[in-house]
Design a binder for this molecule. Structure first.
Ligand SMILES: Cc1cc2nc3c(=O)[nH]c(=O)nc-3n(C[C@H](O)[C@H](O)[C@H](O)COP(=O)(O)OP(=O)(O)OC[C@H]3O[C@@H](n4cnc5c(N)ncnc54)[C@H](O)[C@@H]3O)c2cc1C
Length: 472
């Protein structure tokens, strides 16, 4: 046991094996806490994982997940899992519109926050006036700092953009595209503070923050080593074990009852469950005793669609495309993965993403695929000529919590009144949108609370020029 691990915190039970639970368990194991991680499914990774495709018998991600350079805690977790080299990085982001304009967002040699200015000012998908308006608002975002964005927590991002007199096309083709992809909510519902954070920390503060990473392997393989690392340190990972009920004696958690009626006990309990699952297993007395749990039923969700498309031949040679005028926001070129197991030859596998997918999510899968093809053909005309071997829309109706105005007041802190219960999960008060980075942060924070140390990894340092004008 390390000096900092108090004798009362020798054992911990982590509930839920998503990114938050993995992050918490791994850090606890490193600090010699005898940790048990239980996960209801047979695979780790939660919402950021893969499943076995019944048709090809190969692992398939539920949806493409991207990581940005500013995701310092998630990238630290990948280092600890020894998978950082499985992330492919893109320094050039490809934007296109239906008129055939194609732009690349890439860094120049200037210091942040000017590093994206040359490519941004050259965008052909926006008019000169629209770009000037965007530059003006980006300057405001730069100067307002963290405190400034927090003051905007009660308004929507659309309201903030209107205050900044942003032209409608700049809203649609720039602000919306980035905010929806990052926060999974349209600007007219999205809390302005969340969107402003994305632009401050992802685009302005550090040159590398905007770089986009995607896994070169199925997501589940990123956690291949997690169980071994935890178990080598004396911990345990138990898959296929569900929390049925948390037991509470009026003062502290006394155990976790599993689906098999086993009672698991520990010194500390970390819930890394989704908020609705926690609400389902927490007894009413616990909810009454701990204000962190009082508002779980106020959290709303927002859907995402991941649309897998296998074509007979290649329809694009770009690594990805970001659509500025479509309900389909992204398409990722996944090469020829899956080709070897398909009934028909596959020349290209694309993965399209629709975030904030409320308008599409209740449509039948075939109709979603047809709509995706129709949209895609406007940007990649070859789609009309090339046979679609297979299309599959995966609906994640509860993909993320909805980052609406005022949500910060509802998101719970790691520690609260019941002090042997720590909370983790992307929905906790990380200051981040619902992302793998938010989940990793929450897990590190919960493990830190157990061992009495701050285990959070620092943000990328803001450039001196950014700091000069930012009110932080
Ligand atoms: C379609 C989609 C696309 C996304 N795209 C991105 C992206 O590009 N970039 C990004 O950063 N983020 C993205 N996200 C968000 C990201 O996946 C989540 O923020 C993150 O994975 C949440 O991790 P978590 O550990 O907090 O929660 P979860 O992943 O939900 O983990 C909770 C775990 O608890 C388990 N569990 C539930 N009930 C029980 C029980 N009773 N007993 C035991 N275990 C239980 C679940 O099986 C799950 O494994 C996306 C999410 C979705 C759904």
């Amino acid at each position: 046991m390390t000096d900092s691990t108090h004798a009362a915190n020798r054992t911990a039970l982590v509930m839920g094996g998503g990114v938050a639970g993995i992050a918490a368990a791994l850090r606890l194991a490193e600090h010699d806490v005898a940790v048990t991680l239980i996960e209801t499914r047979k695979v780790l990774g939660g919402r950021a994982t893969s499943f076995n495709d019944p048709q090809t018998h190969t692992p398939l991600d539920n949806c493409q997940h991207v990581v940005l350079g500013c995701c310092t805690n998630l990238l630290d977790l990948y280092e600890r899992l020894d998978v950082a080299d499985r992330i492919d990085w893109a320094q050039r982001l490809h934007f296109v519109d239906k008129q055939g304009h194609a732009d690349v967002l890439a860094a120049n040699d200037l210091p942040a926050p000017l590093h994206l200015s040359t490519s941004m000012l050259g965008f052909t998908t926006l008019s000169f006036q629209e770009k000037l308006a965007i530059v003006r608002a980006m300057g405001t975002i730069w100067r307002m700092g963290k405190a400034g964005r927090q003051r905007c927590a009660q308004m929507t991002f659309a309201q903030w953009l209107e205050q900044q007199r942003q032209p409608p096309r700049a809203m649609e083709r720039y602000w919306s595209v980035i905010a929806i992809s990052a926060c999974n909510l349209a600007p007219d519902r999205l809390g302005a503070d969340h969107a402003l954070q994305v632009f401050q920390e992802g685009f302005l503060a550090h040159r590398r923050a905007y770089e986009m990473g995607t896994s070169s392997v199925p997501l589940a393989q990123l956690y291949d080593r997690a169980a071994a690392i935890i178990e080598q340190a004396g911990g345990m990972v138990r898959l296929g074990v569900s929390v049925r009920a948390i037991e509470f004696d009026g003062r502290k958690i006394t155990g976790v009852r599993t689906g098999e009626d086993e009672l698991l006990t520990a010194d500390r309990y970390i819930s890394a469950l989704p908020f609705d699952r926690l609400a389902a297993v927490a007894p009413a007395e616990l909810v009454a005793a701990d204000a962190r749990l009082a508002a779980l039923n106020q959290i709303e969700v927002s859907p995402i669609l991941g649309i897998h498309l296998w074509f007979e031949r290649a329809v694009t040679d770009r690594p990805h495309l970001i659509f500025v005028d479509s309900p389909l926001q992204w398409v990722f070129n996944k090469g020829v993965a899956g080709a070897e197991h398909s009934d028909a030859p596959v020349g290209q596998y694309l993965h399209a993403v629709v975030s904030a997918a409320d308008d599409w999510v209740d449509l039948p899968g075939e109709q979603i695929v047809a709509l995706a093809l129709e949209e895609l053909s406007a940007y990649c005309p070859a789609v009309k000529e090339v046979k679609l071997v297979r299309g599959w829309a995966i609906k994640e109706k509860r993909a993320t919590f909805a980052a609406v105005p005022g949500i910060a007041a509802v998101r719970p802190e790691t520690q609260g009144a019941v002090n042997n219960l720590l909370l983790a999960g992307d929905w906790c008060a990380t200051g981040w949108p619902a992302t793998m980075e938010g989940a990793a942060r929450s897990g590190y924070a919960a493990a830190g609370a157990v061992v009495g140390r701050d285990l959070l990894v620092a943000d990328l340092p803001a450039s001196p020029l950014y700091r000069l004008l930012s009110k932080d």
